[in-house]
Ligand binder design. Structure first.
Ligand code: PGA
Length: 250
């Protein structure tokens, strides 16, 4: 009953012309409709990509956002700016933002609240470092990230959002968590959400796995009961690979 999601996070790749070209290439492919497919290009290409996919089932997402609507926040992008170009989703708290750009749990929470207030669905990323995995500390870390992100959100709001489990050691490294590891953490996230927002919200929330998802590992990941989709980085930059991920075998 949870509709799967395949989201492509283009990160800081593609200039405007390549973003348009990649979008055209994707629009030209046969893409299965059993999953919601979301493209998350860089800010400067959102409007152009959004226009190109307006009449297709593809959806538009941003990679970050500020929580205020407007004001003296040089270099930031607001929720209303995102909705004005057709964004429906926004990735929040990606580990690259947390590690490289000082993103904090309280800010992720503010951003999640602002996104929901403006009709955007947040895709909230959580995940442990290699050290936390090796020392078996991932539970405490993930639990605190999830709890901090969801402070002051109603159960109804929590039910609509998307979480992404992205083990930092598996991002862009070619290392994928095993299906068992990924499913175990996604299940743990769901149980954590249940303690905060109740059973119905926990059953409704969609939990994605991200970290070196590729055409050859996506089917096994998608078959796991607690994995509702994939957040795809590197493999989303080639239309053929991304189409193969979207068309994963059931
Ligand atoms: P990757 O990135 O697929 O290149 O590992 C995933 C992500 O960071 O969202």
């Amino acid at each position: 009953m949870r509709k799967p999601i395949i989201a492509g996070n283009w990160k800081m790749n593609t200039d405007l012309s390549r973003a348009c070209e990649l979008t055209e290439e994707l629009v030209g492919k046969e893409l299965a409709t059993r999953a919601e497919v979301i493209l998350c290009p860089p800010f400067i290409s959102l409007a152009a990509v959004g226009e190109r996919i307006a009449d297709t089932p593809l959806k538009l997402g941003a990679q970050n956002m500020h929580w205020e609507e407007s004001g003296a926040f040089t270099g930031e992008i607001s929720p209303t700016m995102l909705t004005s170009v057709g964004c429906e989703y926004v990735i929040l708290g990606h580990s690259e933002r947390r590690q490289l750009f000082s993103e904090t749990d309280p800010r992720v929470n503010k951003k999640a609240k602002a996104a929901l207030d403006h009709g955007l669905t947040p895709i909230i990323c959580v995940g442990e470092t290699l050290r936390q995995r090796e020392e078996d500390e991932w539970r405490g870390h993930i639990e605190s990230q999830v709890k901090a992100a969801l402070i002051n959100l109603s159960a109804e709001e929590v039910a609509t959002l998307v979480m992404a489990y992205e083990p930092i050691w598996a991002i862009g490294t070619g290392k994928t968590a095993t299906v068992e590891q990924a499913n175990e953490v996604c299940r743990f996230i769901r149980v954590t959400i249940e303690t905060i927002a109740g059973h119905d919200a926990a059953e409704a929330v969609r939990i994605l796995y991200g970290g070196s998802v590729k055409p050859d590992n996506v089917s096994a990941l998608m078959a796991a009961p607690h994995i509702d989709g994939a957040l795809v980085g590197g493999a989303s930059l080639k239309a053929g690979d991304f189409a193969a991920v979207v068309n994963y075998e059931k």
